[in-house]
Ligand binder design. Structure first.
Ligand code: DOR
Length: 434
């Protein structure tokens, strides 16, 4: 199947391209970008045509922080439903976190994730393996074997590697293994049993709370370990003003670190807690307004490298449990593009696209993130159209989002993976092998 994406504004920061162009995909790869292409120019095979008039055509979006829950928690999400949510949300690739049951700490489990992703045949899936065995923070995972099996990065996400000695040793052992360390930064001692951020909201509310310091001390520690060991670190879901300041400071000293921010930390503050429900419970917690503003400023000034969702699906029953017991997290893939645009209305499109394509591709060392001729035929088409999120239409099994009913200014129109049109205007195509 060949595909022609016609009439769109092509925004591809990897080749400083921002112009009205047609894009032709052949045999799964970008074949030609030109001012005007006709399906008949082709000469052979069947050609599908995607109308991208009044829309923006970008390299396929990559979400480098999702929880697909398989193996072991298929009541929350499966690789099939999670990747359906990805293509519905405009993502052509996702990198999935290893806090599954069991955690992704053996080559066989990485192989199994890749097999299930191949069967689902929707978004591409890049597994992230654990840093420590069983994510227990003690023994190191077999980095080379995990890499050889297909792991693109390492993380104990969901928890912090609490023991600095273990993390430093891991970074030294894994220094030559391809794959960034993705750090979840929350000090378990300072975090305690907190369900929310410590601030005026928690004082009024009376729930157990943790200070932003719980994140800041680990960010500082990890940046120092990154600088000392030379292992590249990527800091996940930053949520405080001090964290981004620390990243700026570390970079000024030449530390090779990158970082990401989520839609909810950009848009929502801890005043979302109005009752004892777990709808607003997430790790790290929603912070104060000043932190949200600092994160948005950090995206604008280039401190933040990546927009990532931390898609964390849970069942309705789980989220309806007691605030103290209910799991943290939001189902993010299907609202993310709209939420980013709402949070960052003035962000130039070129930067918006880079934060979702070229940057995560570079950090993970995976193909994609570009529309250069010969690269993957993965494309995201989106438009400046207002729409209202409706959780009942989610492909994800996780219906837990604080954004249900919100109206957003931007939406995905089409998701193309290897030249296959997998989503067009909200409808998913029948599955075709990637
Ligand atoms: O809120 C969160 N949920 N934060 C994490 O780091 C983990 C995630 C999950 O796996 O549910």
């Amino acid at each position: 199947m060949n595909l022609l994406i016609r009439g769109g504004r092509v925004v591809d920061p990897s080749q400083s391209l921002d112009a009205k162009r047609d894009v032709r995909i052949e045999n799964g790869l970008i074949a030609q970008i030109s001012e005007h292409l006709e399906p008949d120019d082709w000469g052979f095979g069947e050609t599908g045509v995607v109308d991208a008039e009044n829309a923006i055509v970008a390299p396929g979006f990559i979400d480098m922080h999702v929880h697909l829950r398989e193996p072991g928690q298929t009541h929350k999400e499966t690789i099939a439903t999670g990747t359906a949510a990805a293509v519905a949300g405009g993502f052509t690739s996702v990198a999935c976190m290893p806090n599954t049951k069991p955690p992704l700490d053996t080559p066989a489990l990485i192989t199994e994730v890749l097999r299930l992703a191949g069967e689902a045949a929707l978004a591409r899936v890049y597994p992230i393996a654990a840093i420590t065995k069983d994510r227990a923070g003690r023994e190191l995972a077999p980095f080379w074997r995990l890499h050889d099996a297909g792991a693109v990065a390492f993380s104990d996400d969901g928890s912090t590697v609490a023991d600095a000695r273990v993390l430093r040793q891991a970074a030294l052992y894994a220094r030559d293994v391809p794959g960034v360390f993705i750090e979840h930064c929350e000090d378990p001692a300072l975090k305690g049993d907190a369900v929310m951020n410590e601030g005026d909201a928690s004082l009024r509310f009376g729930a157990s709370a943790a200070p932003g310091l719980a994140e800041d001390v680990i960010v500082a520690r990890d940046l120092l370990i990154c600088g000392e060991t030379g292992k590249p670190f990527h800091l996940a879901h930053l949520s405080t003003a001090t964290s981004v300041d620390l990243v700026r400071f570390a970079r000024s000293r030449g530390t090779a670190c990158t970082c990401e921010v989520t839609p909810h930390h950009l848009l929502l503050d801890d005043h979302r807690f109005t009752d004892f429900r777990a709808d607003a419970k997430v790790n790290p917690p929603l912070r104060g307004q000043r932190d949200c503003e600092a994160l948005r400023a950090a995206v604008r000034d280039g401190t933040i490298d990546v927009l990532a969702t931390d898609h964390a699906p849970h069942t309705r029953e789980e989220k309806a449990g007691l605030l103290a017991d209910a799991p943290p997290g939001f189902s993010g893939l299907e609202v993310a593009l709209g939420a980013y645009a709402l949070a960052l209305p003035d962000l130039p499109l070129e930067r918006f696209v880079a934060l979702l394509s070229a940057n995560p591709a570079r950090i993970l060392g995976i193909p994609g993130g570009t529309l250069r001729v010969g690269s993957l035929g993965d494309v995201t088409v989106f438009a400046e159209e207002r729409w209202t999120a409706d959780v009942s239409r989610f492909q994800s099994l996780g219906k837990n989002t604080p954004f249900d009913g919100w109206t957003f200014p931007r939406r995905p129109i089409a998701t193309v993976v290897a030249g296959n049109l997998l989503m067009y205007r909200g409808r998913l195509a029948a599955r075709t092998p990637v």
